[in-house]
Design a protein around this ligand. Structure first.
Ligand code: GRF
Length: 194
């Protein structure tokens, strides 16, 4: 049977948040990352996951439809008794059908203080606006991008002379600190609800 404490992480790139989630799960024993799924075989985070001995799943390529790809993903999740899905730099849009199937079980980390700066290029947009504070947000995933219930946020001050790359580096460190504890808290609240 699916278990909220059994977590799949979805990545598209380097997977540094995925590694932070794996480590926090082990250190806190509050959940376990049991599967890493990637939108592409080129996601470099797959190398880390494989070296760590974690099972991995790569979404089938363009030869099949998005729906068929997501059905394969759901089968893999069911095989691993996944109860919670954590997006970590996952760059593919999930279909409304997939989000509905896993409603209330998918979380994401976004590199801005939501509801400000949904979507891409968050740091460049915050700097262009003259913002003084940036940050990151862990939120529930719904059909609308970066709009589900906010679970946790961390602020990161914008410093004089910051450019998007420098700001992104500091926000990423905050992401690594925020995501694991926020995921653990989300899972424990759901486990208590039964
Ligand atoms: C992170 O900044 C995350 O918030 C954003 O994409 C980046 C992924 O980085 N959605 P990584 O793959 O976790 O290193």
């Amino acid at each position: 049977m699916a278990d909220p404490r059994r977590v799949a992480v979805l990545i598209s790139g380097r997977g540094s948040n995925m590694a932070a989630l794996v480590r926090h799960g082990r250190a806190s024993r509050s959940y376990e990352v049991v599967l890493v799924a990637a939108s592409s075989p080129r996601a470099t985070g797959l190398d880390w996951a494989r070296a760590d001995g974690l099972p991995t799943f790569v979404l089938p390529g363009k030869a099949i439809s998005r729906e068929q790809g997501e059905e394969a993903l759901t089968r893999a999740f069911d095989d691993h008794r996944i109860g919670t899905i954590a997006l970590a730099g996952y760059m593919r849009l999930l279909s409304p059908a997939f989000v509905a199937h896993w409603r209330g079980q998918i979380v994401n980390i976004h590199p801005s203080l939501l509801p400000s700066y949904r979507g891409l290029d968050t740091h460049a947009r915050a700097l262009a606006d003259g913002a003084t504070v940036a940050g990151c947000t862990v939120h529930l995933v719904t059909e609308e991008v970066d709009s589900g219930e906010i679970l946790a946020r961390a602020e990161v001050p914008i410093l004089p002379g910051d450019d998007p790359a420098a700001l992104a580096r500091r926000v990423l460190e905050a992401e690594h600190r925020l995501y694991g504890p926020a995921l653990a808290d989300f899972i424990s609240r759901r486990s208590l609800q039964g």
